[in-house]
Write a protein that binds this ligand. Structure first.
Ligand code: NAP
Length: 310
């Protein structure tokens, strides 16, 4: 029976880095029987031991080279800044005809760092699932993470179309909707929808932390929904987000510039008592929230559905 007939998309998949995204991929692949065997590697002994204990991956290897040997698909699931060095390490042992992909939140930097190390005869199809939580590590993953979320494929020019289609099948099998996008456009879109909002949340929580010292814990004790949502986002992994801002610099600075202009306009409206400006602005932004709910990308529940997720 061919791998297509039994639902399998790849015979052997290797996951490099065993955190939230890799573990969710593993459980989602298992749920749908998308891979024959999944091997895994993480940098620390501690993560590898945890993975073995919880049955994350069919085989956990003690080196990245051992994990990718004979793999049909290798997915780099490490922080964006680590992609290049990891790729350089595994390049000599990749199987001819294999596909290398990644899940990094920034695409231009990953392409520039990884592509020079891709050997002749190996395909490279960068990807980015638009799904996550503020949790990290091997125990944070769950099979449903990608259900009804978007996964963006960002193939470089000249990529084998069959390799792209096979990866699309894998992401669809893991529950995602798939789109193809250009790397620079991806980085700008994500600067608006994810990167800058995270920076704003980090800033707001930082400001509140300064204030907390003045108001003796009242910020925590009486934290209202707006602030609580910011703290959830600002609890995201520091290494991952440091790398995102260091590697998606231009797009983030562009959006931050626009954000600052808008903030000044709102500040001015408050100072001058321009209620009409404030009301019009908040009416426009409310419509965006409705659009997201109508598109099935969040729920209307008071906790935004987060209570159901890990
Ligand atoms: P995570 O839970 O923090 O896991 C990261 C994994 O990478 C760990 O297994 C870690 O190993 C390993 N690692 C870290 N630094 C490394 C290095 N220098 N060399 C080799 N391995 C290293 O991270 P994650 O949330 O799954 O994120 C992984 C990737 O997915 C990132 O590129 C991120 O941008 C992207 N992404 C994240 C989200 C999200 O919301 N979290 C969403 C979409 C895409 P140890 O445990 O041994 O340290």
């Amino acid at each position: 029976m061919s791998s297509q007939d039994n639902g399998q998309v790849y015979g052997r998949v290797a996951l490099i880095g065993l955190g939230l995204i890799a573990s969710s991929m593993f459980w989602a692949m298992k749920r749908a029987g998308l891979a024959g065997e999944v091997t895994g590697y993480a940098r620390s002994q501690e993560t590898r031991e945890t993975a073995r204990q919880i049955g994350l991956c069919d085989r956990v290897c003690d080196s990245a080279q051992e994990a990718v040997k004979d793999a049909d698909l290798v997915v780099l699931c490490v922080p964006v800044g680590a992609m290049g060095p990891v790729m350089k390490d595994i390049a000599p042992v990749l199987k001819p005809g294999a596909t290398v992909s990644d899940v990094g939140s920034v695409k231009r930097h990953v392409i520039d760092a990884v592509q020079p190390h891709i050997p002749e005869g190996v395909h490279f199809v960068p990807a980015h699932p638009l799904a996550g939580t503020e949790h990290s590590g091997p125990e944070s993953g769950f099979a449903e993470l990608f259900d009804n979320r978007w996964s963006l494929l960002v193939p470089v020019e000249g990529t084998d179309s069959q390799a792209v289609e096979q990866l699309r099948k894998l992401w669809e099998g893991m529950g995602a909707n798939v789109d193809v996008m250009d790397a620079d456009h991806h980085d700008l879109v994500l600067a608006v929808t994810s990167h800058t909002p995270h920076l704003i949340a980090y800033t707001m929580v930082g400001v509140a932390d300064d204030l907390r010292r003045v108001t003796d814990s009242e910020v925590i004790k009486y934290s209202a929904a707006g602030f609580r949502d910011f703290t959830r986002i600002a609890a995201s992994d520091p290494t991952m987000w440091r790398d995102v801002f260091l590697t998606n610099k231009d797009a983030t600075l562009e959006i931050l510039g626009r954000f600052t202009e808008e903030l000044f306009a709102l500040q001015r409206a408050i100072r001058t008592g321009d209620g009409e400006h404030l009301h019009d602005y908040f009416t426009r932004t409310r419509a965006i929230r409705r659009g997201i709910i109508e598109a099935g990308q969040d729920t209307d529940a008071p906790d935004f559905g987060r209570g159901q997720k890990k």
